[in-house]
Write a protein that binds this ligand. Structure first.
Ligand code: C2E
Ligand code: MG
Ligand code: MG
Length: 677
């Protein structure tokens, strides 16, 4: 079963994404460090060149005789003053050697004037080291600087005779546009290189820290976005597959899952644990009388009830089972791990028990039952559609059996259902094409035996199946929505035919409860039927049954009053077979009570029936109603009913239902031809 939307786990980020981000961060760090080292070197170069140019300038100013000597190409013996000034320069900015060259690259200054090493080093050692250094191939030469561009190289010394890091620069000396010589400047860069490297590395660390932080931030934001997008996609998928009210699968996705499960070799959607059976069953669950809850408590309460029904269903299912809502108050369960019908029966009983507990729905507490139909995969069908159809057929049987119960699919039932469906189609056709007739059963005055009128009873001669009893086709018409049209046809036909009888005879027409769903419409139909047939209202009687008074009583009583106001009589049919009759007898002034034939026929067998008939008669008379006894089949019954004071008698003894053309209106209870047959 899929969990509700709120329970969805956050989507996991794949492992390789994390690796990607870590590797990316490290690479960026290495790149920053390498770049920073190059930057530090460049900075050192620029700095060394600037210092060399400045020092060369100082040098030439401190020893003004150098430039003229360059032109002459003669070795220079510096003046004492220049010597002193140069000596002072040597301590500045790490200068440890310098020389002047003429345009041929000839060194002009004598060695003792040009080199001053670190205080610890002897002059000679330094001079030797520099001579050796100058022979290196990558060292710039004075000749290269004669082009007018200063030449510079950073070098590494041994730290004893030469500094660990130093720069060698050849700075061209110009007079006017002409290069007249070159000055070489050797600077100790050890300390500066250390400082530069340290500060650049610090900056690099800061920069890479910031880079890593922004990288991490970017990664986090990106990951969050990714997760949010995935959560959205999953939520959309969830909504597309689930019913928003109950959180169960919707019809389409339930069907898909059920079909996928049926298509799997073992049947079950999830691999069953070892030793578990892998069969499937499809159960259809319907909440009984759900419409009543909606009608009485409102749709919001109905919605809450459905949500709780779904919760209870979930609570009795296993993780591998599937729950779907087929629409309205109907749910479906795909049960897995079914070894046989016993497993299905066990779950079915668990479901019905769980659903029958009271529901607290805000201010109201409601108790309902459910009906359930089940079909087993492999036995009752192989694909999901077949299984659902068969589970629905089984559900119909469960509902017909009185609801609050379950039924398994049975092929014989299916055939009965098919016949019923076909019969409904045939009935609609018969109604449209005039295939129904009315027969009339006479009603006699008990005392005088005079004919009082007839009860109209619908008849259907089916072209294939022969006569079909109204006990079968009236409920069928109620079920498939034909009863109002049928009722209207009966009313019109009965009024029209009765209008041709002697004026003293009445006609009784049976009404179904379904015809009262549109009360004003029914009143209108009755009025029109009488008007069209020109039948006086006092000749028409309408018979209703007790079941009508069990639902929406106020509306029904209102309609009955309006009908009575038209002048027609209202009779209560089949009295004594329902539940609620006594409670309503004083709320509506019925004109007649018709004692059900079960009591009439019980008169000879059971003394209690006699007592009941007696009580009904005295109760009805006390309330001002006439009493009719139905189903009189024997003389003994007739005499007993007369003795108990019944006003009217009706039954096969006195007359069977006949078409209007065969009615002998002048007959009486004593002379009616059927009475002697
Ligand atoms: P109901 O209104 O109680 O009609 C009396 C039923 O008892 C009729 O059955 C009638 O044939 C039968 N009956 C009469 N005398 C005897 C007797 O001595 N013995 C026995 N065993 N039965 C007797 P039917 O015609 O089969 O009608 C059955 C029910 O179908 C009726 O019961 C009525 O509820 C319903 N029905 C018939 N026609 C219509 C109709 O036009 N509209 C509606 N709404 N219901 C109808
Ligand atoms: Mg009747
Ligand atoms: Mg009856």
């Amino acid at each position: 079963m899929a969990p509700p939307a709120a329970d969805l786990p956050p989507p996991a980020l794949p492992h390789f994404h994390r690796l990607f981000w870590v590797a990316g961060g490290l690479l960026a760090l290495v790149a920053v460090l390498l770049g920073i080292d190059r930057l530090a070197l460049r900075h050192l170069n620029v700095d060394a060149e600037r210092s060399a140019i400045e020092l060369a300038d100082h040098l030439l100013r401190a020893a003004p005789e150098v430039v003229p000597a360059m032109a002459g190409g003669q070795p220079i013996k510096l003046s004492a003053q220049a010597h002193g000034a140069l000596g002072a320069l040597q301590g500045i900015a790490g200068l440890f050697h310098f020389q002047a060259y003429d345009v041929r690259g000839q060194a002009l200054l004598l060695p003792d004037t040009v080199a001053a090493g670190p205080a610890t080093l002897p002059w000679g050692a330094l001079t030797g080291a520099i001579t050796e250094h100058d022979t290196h191939a990558d060292t710039p030469t004075p000749a290269a600087a004669l082009s007018g561009v200063p030449q510079l190289a950073l070098k590494h010394g041994n730290g004893l005779t030469l500094p660990l890091v130093y720069s060698v620069a050849y700075v061209p000396v110009q007079r006017g546009d002409q290069v007249v010589g070159v000055v070489s400047v050797y600077l100790d860069q050890t300390e500066r290189a250390d400082l530069t490297a340290a500060s650049f590395r610090g900056a690099a660390l800061l920069a890479s820290g910031a880079l890593m932080a922004s990288f991490a931030l970017g990664a986090t934001l990106w990951r969050r976005r990714l997760l949010a997008e995935r959560a959205n996609v999953e939520k959309l998928n969830y909504l597309a597959e689930h019913d928003s009210l109950t959180g169960t699968l919707n019809l389409a996705s339930f069907r898909r899952r059920a079909q996928a499960a049926c298509d799997q070799p073992g049947g079950a959607p999830d691999t069953p644990a070892a030793g578990e059976a892998d069969g499937l069953a499809l159960l259809v669950v319907d909440v009984d009388h759900f419409k009543d809850v909606n009608d009485h408590h409102g749709q919001a309460v109905g919605d809450r009830l459905l949500a709780q029904v779904a919760d209870r269903l979930r609570s009795v299912l296993r993780g591998s089972d599937c729950l779907g809502r087929l629409g309205g108050d109907r749910f479906a369960v795909l049960q897995t791990g079914v070894a046989g019908s016993e497993d299905v029966k066990a779950l079915t009983e668990r479901i019905l028990r769980a659903l029958a507990q009271p529901y607290a729905l805000g201010d109201v507490t409601v108790q309902v039952t459910a009906s359930l139909g089940a079909a087993i995969h492999g036995v009752d069908g192989l694909d999901a559609e077949n299984l659902s159809q068969h589970a629905e057929v089984a559900l119909l049987r469960a509902r017909a059996a009185g609801r609050g119960t379950y039924s398994f699919y049975d092929p014989a039932l299916d055939a009965a259902l098919q016949r019923r469906r076909q019969l409904a189609l045939d009935l609609a056709q018969a109604l449209a094409e005039g295939g129904l007739q009315l027969h009339y059963q006479p009603l006699f005055a008990s005392g005088s035996g005079a004919l009082l009128g007839y009860e109209a009873l619908a008849r259907w001669q089916h072209p294939l199946h022969g006569p079909i009893s109204p006990g079968e086709f009236i409920p069928l018409a109620e079920e498939c929505g034909l009863i109002c049209a049928l009722g209207q046809w009966v009313l019109n036909s009965a009024c029209r035919q009765a209008a041709g009888w002697p004026g003293s005879l009445s006609v009784a027409v049976n009404l179904s409860a379904a015809q009262f769903s549109d009360g004003p419409g029914l009143v209108q139909e009755v009025r029109q039927a009488m008007q069209a047939a020109r039948l006086p209202a006092q000749r028409l009687e309408l018979e209703i049954t007790e079941s009508l008074l069990m639902s929406d009583t106020d509306q029904v009583l209102g309609t009955l009053r309006e009908l009575k106001a038209l002048g027609v009589k209202i009779g209560m049919d089949d009295f004594g077979t329902g539940f609620s009759s006594l409670a309503y007898l004083w709320r509506f002034p019925f004109d007649k009570l018709k004692i059900d034939r079960a009591f009439t026929q019980g008169l000879e067998r059971d003394a209690k029936a006699e007592l009941i008939v007696q009580s009904i008669v005295s109760l009805a008379h006390a309330l001002g109603m006439r009493v009719n006894a139905e189903g009189v089949e024997t003389e003994a019954q007739r005499r007993a009913l007369q003795r108990h004071g019944c006003d009217e008698l009706q039954g096969f003894l006195l007359g069977r239902p006949q078409p209007t053309g065969k009615l002998a209106h002048e007959a009486s209870a004593q002379t009616y031809p059927e009475a002697v047959t």
